[in-house]
Design a binder for this molecule. Structure first.
Ligand code: EPU
Length: 451
């Protein structure tokens, strides 16, 4: 553990410019989709993060040849020789990510059977997979839970179905999409998630030859096709990473330009950012023309000086305020005057990290009650899922242990905003979802070092 520590000398505003690449939560799914094609796929702007490595490893085990393309961040997937992998080989990836569950549909289509190891991912609640398994059974798969993992087969093939999700789960919607595109007949999914990453996955599948209609009111209709080909795709940028750096700029009273950040996918975040008192300016991308090199788009975020204002916010499925934006922003809310309220309605246990902020001088109380009007599954189930943040608080340095990816980034922001020298343990976890974060911190003038 001692070599996985970052020493952070806080109190310096972050100033400068960084770039975000393809969204982690799209890229990893697009990689799985490549399994469905009968010809190679090409994905650009793939960030160098741990989740990508896990999926690359799993694809390789199943016979998909993954190579680096000419452009930095370009990956090429050749699915010509898809084959079964042994449970022992697959189990090397047990506990490393939640993406393996999305291999179910594609492997059932390509091989007729699938083995899925124990899942990993962040510890932010129980994170069940019941919707996924229920959906797969609806398509005609048999699912057997064994101690080493899940064994699935589809002896009679997979068939379109009508199915409603109990909650608009991102992963379960992706599961249905990746399975329905090649299932026989029509699938109608109700109460689907419609996050921008889902729409981008639909774009990928459509490029491969799928027929998918997105209706109003969270209904998605998929007409199964017998065969799909490879795709070429440039993913949407990572709006979680972009918001994380924006929150870091605000909490450290700095000024950060995030190249690649896109306004349309961040509208809800931008509204809250402005309500808190942060300022931003959007630069639209301009394609190159003769005599004009063009311009990369992005968003500049800064603290305008003076005091920040408290806000009330509730996390929700799209188009609501993303749960993954919550932890980084709360650090900035510790600097706002008055009482801010956060009602977390997506995950039941995503406020545990506030204890570490309190150990640094923040004043955050967590409650079991729903402090907001958004219908929520946790209110009557005794989960501490609402927070009241009283500010402004002067943050001081502390020794911190990173619990999960997004909370980890919020610890890092808190250490950067605090006076004094903090030691942040477990920082390698941040590499799961933030490409080159240490190099980006250096570009922004942060005083951090490995001991
Ligand atoms: N849920 C169930 N049963 C299921 C599936 C989900 O009860 O079978 C519940 C979950 O427990 C949770 C809620 O539904 O309370 C939403 O979960 P969802 O399935 O939408 O989340 P996910 O697909 O597991 C993805 C992202 C998360 C992000 C959520 C919500 C990936 C790899 N992960 O998770 O990202 O928070 O959607 O937008 O796409 C992160 O990037 O740090 C991260 C955690």
């Amino acid at each position: 553990m001692t070599d996985d520590v970052l020493v952070v000398h806080g109190g310096t505003p972050l100033e400068g410019r960084i770039r975000v690449r393809g969204a982690k939560n799209l890229v990893s799914k697009a990689m799985v989709a490549a399994l469905l094609g009968d010809s190679p796929s090409r994905l650009y702007d793939v960030p160098k993060i741990r989740d990508v490595e896990v999926v690359r490893g799993l694809l390789g085990l199943h016979g998909v040849k993954v190579t680096d393309g000419d452009e930095d961040g370009e990956l090429v997937f050749d699915p010509a020789n898809v084959e079964s992998a042994s449970t022992d080989q697959i189990n090397v990836h047990a506990g490393s990510s939640r993406i393996p569950i999305l291999f179910c549909g594609p492997l059932l289509h390509r091989l007729g059977h699938a083995f899925i190891p124990d899942l990993g991912g962040c510890h932010i609640g129980p994170r069940p997979i019941d919707f996924h398994l229920q959906a797969l059974r609806e398509f005609g798969a048999t699912v057997e839970k064994r101690p080493e993992g899940l064994h699935l087969s589809a002896p009679n093939g997979l068939h379109g179905t009508k199915f409603a999700l109990p909650y608009p789960s991102v992963g379960a919607t992706e599961q249905v999409l990746l399975t329905a595109v090649m299932a026989e007949g029509v699938t109608e999914l109700r109460n689907a998630a419609v996050e921008p990453e889902i729409i981008d996955l639909i774009c990928v599948l459509q490029k491969m030859g799928a027929i998918i209609k997105v209706h109003t009111d969270r209904v998605i209709e998929i007409q199964g096709v017998p065969k799909l080909h490879g795709y070429t795709h440039r993913p949407i940028p990572d709006r979680i990473e972009a918001a994380s750096w924006a929150a870091a700029a605000l909490a450290t009273r700095g000024h950060v330009e995030v190249l690649g950040a896109q306004q349309a996918d961040m509208m809800t975040f931008l509204n809250i950012f402005r309500s808190v008192g942060g300022e931003y300016e959007v630069t639209d991308a301009r394609p190159p023309k003769l005599g004009d090199p063009g311009q990369e788009g992005g968003i500049r975020f800064w603290h305008p000086g003076g005091e920040l204002k408290s806000v009330a916010l509730e996390t929700d499925v799209h188009p609501g305020f993303m749960t993954d934006w919550q932890q980084p922003l709360v650090v900035a809310l510790t600097q706002a005057r008055g009482l801010s309220i956060v009602h977390e309605t997506v995950y039941e246990q995503r406020l545990g990290y506030t204890e570490a902020l309190n150990s640094m001088g923040a004043n955050i109380q967590v409650y079991r009650d729903c402090l907001g009007g958004t219908p929520c599954r946790f209110g009557r189930r005794n989960f501490k899922h609402s927070a009241v943040i009283a500010g402004p608080s002067k943050l001081h340095a502390a020794d911190l242990v990173i619990p999960d990816l997004r909370a980890g980034f919020s610890h890092l922001i808190a250490a950067l905003a605090a006076e004094g020298t903090s030691r942040v343990y477990g920082v390698d976890l941040i590499n799961r979802g933030y490409e080159d974060f240490e190099a980006k911190l250096a570009d922004l003038g942060a005083h951090v070092e490995r001991p």
